[in-house]
Design a binder for this molecule. Structure first.
Ligand code: ZN
Ligand code: ZN
Length: 279
C-alpha cells in the first residue's frame, strides 16, 4: 500500500503565506494498492480536487472508485463537488460509510443537500458519474474479497467526535494502515481504538492542538500531539503521521512541534500535503 496526503488541514482550508509546506487543503487521503494499481480514497475535503486532477493527468482509469468517509463534517466533504471523475458518465463512484452504530440515516441525502441549488450550481443527479451509496455496518466482511488473490480487510470502529466518526484499519499483504482522525479521547485514550490500531505499520492520527490548547477546546472533537504519540506508543505503531492541522498553526509552528515530537517518537512526522508514505 502507498498512502498520499492530499489534504492535511483541519476545519477550514487556508492559503495564506506561511502555510505552504504543510498545506492548506482539508482532509483527503489516497491509498494506492500498488500490486493492482487501484486506488481508494478516504474523505473528500478540499484536497480531493487535486487528487481528481492528478488521476486525470496520469490517465488513471479504474471501473469503480470507493470513497470512504470518516464522517460528514464540512472539512471532509467540501471538495466533493470539485472531484473531476464525478463528472465522468463512464465512472462508477461508491460513497461509503463503514462501521456499526451509524447516526447517518440517508447517505445520498447528505450529498444531495450539499449540492442543492441554494449552495451549488450543479446538482448531484446532474454530475454525471454513476453513484452508489453504501452504508455498511460490518465493514470487515464486506471488504474481505479476493482481488488479485490478495485480501483487503477493512475494519471500522466508531470513536468519540461530535456526531460520531470512524477509525479505519486497513490490512493488505501483511501491512496495516490505521487512520484515526477527528477523534477526542477525553481523559483516557480509548482502549478499544488502541486495540484496533495494534501493530499498525503506519498510524495516521489527529493532532489539531497542543496539550495547552486542548484544555480550552474540550468537546471540539480533536486530539493533541501528545495524545497522538501516546496512542501510537500504546498501540505499538511503527510510524506515526499526525494530521488535521489547526488552521492557526503555520509552517514555522508545525516545524517546531515536529522536532519536539520526534524527540519522543522518532518515527513521527507531521503530514504535509503531497507527502507519500509506502507501507
Ligand atoms: Zn475535520
Ligand atoms: Zn469533524
Amino acid at each position: 500500500m502507498k498512502l498520499k496526503f492530499y489534504g492535511t488541514r483541519g476545519s477550514i482550508p487556508v492559503c495564506d503565506v506561511g502555510f505552504q509546506e504543510f498545506g492548506g487543503d482539508t482532509t483527503c487521503l489516497q491509498i494506492t494498492f500498488t500490486d493492482t494499481n487501484r486506488i481508494a480514497i478516504i474523505d473528500a475535503g478540499t484536497g480531493i480536487r487535486n487528487l481528481g486532477k492528478d488521476l486525470r493527468a496520469i490517465g488513471h482509469k479504474q471501473d469503480g472508485i470507493n470513497i470512504g468517509f470518516t464522517h460528514f463534517h464540512w472539512d471532509h466533504i467540501q471538495g466533493f463537488p470539485f472531484f473531476a471523475p464525478a463528472y465522468d458518465p463512464s465512472q462508477k463512484i461508491t460513497l461509503l460509510t463503514l462501521g456499526r452504530g451509524q447516526t447517518i440515516t440517508n447517505l445520498q441525502q447528505i450529498f444531495e443537500v450539499q449540492m442543492q441549488s441554494q449552495y451549488f450550481p450543479v446538482q448531484l443527479d446532474h454530475m454525471g458519474a454513476n453513484f452508489e451509496f453504501l452504508q455498511i455496518a460490518d465493514a470487515s466482511k464486506h471488504f474481505t474479497a479476493a482481488d488479485n488473490n490478495i485480501e483487503t480487510v477493512v475494519t471500522a470502529l466508531r470513536h468519540n467526535h461530535p456526531g460520531g466518526a470512524y477509525t479505519f484499519r486497513i490490512e493488505r499483504s501483511g501491512k496495516v494502515l490505521v487512520v484515526c482522525t477527528d477523534v477526542e479521547h477525553g481523559e483516557q485514550i480509548d482502549p478499544q481504538l488502541v486495540e484496533l490500531a495494534r501493530g499498525a505499520d503506519l498510524l495516521v492520527h489527529d493532532a489539531q492542538f497542543t496539550a495547552e490548547e486542548l484544555k480550552n477546546r474540550r468537546g471540539w472533537g480533536h486530539s493533541s500531539f501528545d495524545q497522538a504519540m501516546q496512542f501510537a506508543e500504546m498501540a505499538g505503531a511503527k510510524r506515526l503521521a499526525m494530521t488535521h492541522h489547526d488552521p492557526e498553526h503555520d509552517d514555522e509552528f508545525l516545524q517546531r512541534i515536529e522536532k519536539l515530537c520526534q524527540e519522543r517518537f522518532p518515527n513521527a512526522v507531521l503530514a504535509r500535503e503531497g507527502m507519500e508514505i509506502a507501507l
